[in-house]
Design a protein around this ligand. Structure first.
Ligand SMILES: C[S@@+](CC[C@H](N)C(=O)[O-])C[C@H]1O[C@@H](n2cnc3c(N)ncnc32)[C@H](O)[C@@H]1O
Length: 263
């Protein structure tokens, strides 16, 4: 049957041919747990790591986002088992993808060389480099990209301070059309760190409520069709109205509960 050309099928196929299995987007209502939305890797039915990959819907999100610009240089912070690294390379076959991975654990360390080997076998323009963000970012970006990135995908250490430092370290290498993309912004409450950087370096920043982790995109100038992209992935006035109405109803419910308790 040959190699699939569709990006989702190709991603799963790459892992299968290496002796791994992947699950992604298992619906909580069907599998009785909400922890299987993100991508997991297994070997002989055994889960391999707690460092989960982005959800399949987030792969589609990146595919739509990347369709808006001509992207040549992609820098990824946090490789784990390379799900987002492979996805970005498959989505952008014209681009060079470089990922930094700290490799603190045996699993993530092994996947540095393994990703590079698989990328060669699959004909993907990927290099994963062992290093720590933000300390090593400037050296790598200068060496690998001549100091210019078109898209950064930040998915390393998930604290407000770490994301702020990651983002700040990337600013000198961005240009007017660079897209800075952040994973897990809502699920790890990272908006504060991002907002501080956007205050120092004014840019458009949006959070997308139709992505499972609540991803954010920050950029100086907006590409054509960004409004329809935003609406498609849950960043619109309508979504804000829905959230506000839900919050108001929740607050009212809570106020009534307190009143009943104190009566
Ligand atoms: C959530 S996982 C990344 C998942 C990956 N982006 C994907 O979707 O397939 C986070 C990764 O970031 C790495 N990491 C954590 N802190 C880091 C740092 N300071 N520099 C580089 N990598 C880091 C971890 O070792 C881990 O592999």
């Amino acid at each position: 049957m040959g190699t699939p050309t569709n990006i989702a099928l190709r991603l799963f196929d790459i892992y299968n041919r290496q002796g791994f299995q992947i699950t992604s987007e298992l619906n909580s209502e069907h599998v009785y747990s909400d922890t299987y939305i993100f991508t997991r890797i297994y070997q002989n039915n055994r889960s391999q790591t707690h460092h989960l990959g982005i959800a399949m819907r987030e792969v589609h999100f990146l595919e739509s986002l990347c369709s808006l610009r001509d992207i040549r240089n992609i820098f990824v912070i946090g490789n784990s088992f390379a799900f987002s690294t492979f996805a970005l390379a498959l989505i952008n076959p014209q681009a060079k993808v470089v990922a930094i991975e700290i490799g603190d654990e045996d699993f993530t360390a092994e996947w540095i060389d393994r990703t590079n080997r698989i990328a060669r076998e699959e004909g993907l323009n990927i290099t994963v480099i062992k290093g720590s963000s933000p300390e090593n970012n400037a050296d790598i970006i200068n060496r690998e990209f001549d100091g210019r990135i078109d898209l950064a995908f930040v998915d390393g250490l998930h604290t407000t301070a770490a994301v702020e430092a990651d983002f700040e370290s990337l600013i000198p290498f961005g240009h007017d059309e660079t897209m800075f993309v952040f994973h897990d912004v809502l699920s790890f409450s990272l908006t504060e760190g991002l907002s501080r950087v956007v205050t120092r370096h004014p840019m458009d920043g949006r959070v997308f409520f139709a992505t499972p982790s609540g991803m954010a995109v920050v950029q100086k100038t907006l590409p054509p069709n960004y409004d329809i992209f935003s609406e498609t992935y849950g960043c619109s006035a309508l979504v804000q109205i829905i959230i506000n109405a839900y919050r108001a109803a929740k607050e009212e419910e809570e106020a009534k509960r307190r009143q009943a308790l104190s009566a």
